[in-house]
Design a protein. Structure first.
Length: 211
């Protein structure tokens, strides 16, 4: 396997961002930021950081933290607040949610299908390796398998996706504390960092941007 490209960070209002320009100079190419959760929550830092990151020349992605129930309302809430352009990545965050209830597998499948129908674009799926493997088991026919796979695994070993996926596309290798180094990015500090399974041209192609 070719070396992975360590060029993505994912953020939320919990992170401090001093300079996206400095982050870009430190090798960051793309930012994926929390936009919404459930049917009412909107990340207060999302809109201004989207503008700042784009002004710094970074690619942008938005993720929705899914919860149990009300899938159509969640899709509408996400699209209504993400303000996503044609070159912005759209992501479902499918993981345990102790506050509002964890989205079921069938709800996650419905969400990505609805997002695809609404936008005409293939969304990405974020999940932890153990959680996703437990939910999918040996299934090969899930609509989730059509998504670009962004998987979290804080280990020296590469992600080992469920059988439904042929490969992983993005690896969240650290949460800024656990996992491999480096944990920090200039201009941001400690944060979730992610490696892309490909080169820069392929990364930009996933975002729908040519080099």
């Amino acid at each position: 396997m070719a070396p992975l490209l360590n060029a993505i960070v994912d953020l939320s209002h919990h992170n401090t961002v001093d300079s996206f320009e400095e982050a870009r100079a430190d090798g960051i190419i793309a930012v994926i930021h929390k936009a919404t959760e459930g049917t009412t929550f909107v990340d207060a830092k999302y809109a201004e950081r989207r503008a700042r990151a784009k002004a710094a020349g970074l690619l942008w992605g938005a993720y929705h933290f899914g919860v149990k129930g009300s899938v159509d309302e969640q899709v509408s809430h996400f699209l209504g607040n993400a303000n996503a352009g044609d070159s912005d990545l759209l992501v479902l965050d499918f993981e345990p949610n102790p506050r509002e209830g964890t989205m079921t597998l069938s709800e996650a499948e419905t969400f990505v299908q609805a997002l695809r129908e609404e936008t005409g674009r293939q969304p990405a799926l974020y999940s932890g390796q153990a959680f996703l493997r437990e939910r999918l088991g040996t299934r090969l026919d899930s609509p989730l398998s059509d998504c670009l796979l962004w998987i979290a695994r804080y280990s020296v070993q590469l992600p080992d996706p469920p059988k439904a996926f042929k490969r992983f596309d993005i690896w969240q290798y650290t949460d800024g504390s656990a996992g491999l180094q480096p944990h920090q990015v200039t201009g941001i500090g400690r944060c979730d960092r992610d490696k892309f399974n490909g080169d820069e041209a392929e990364l930009r192609g996933v975002w729908g941007v040519s080099t």
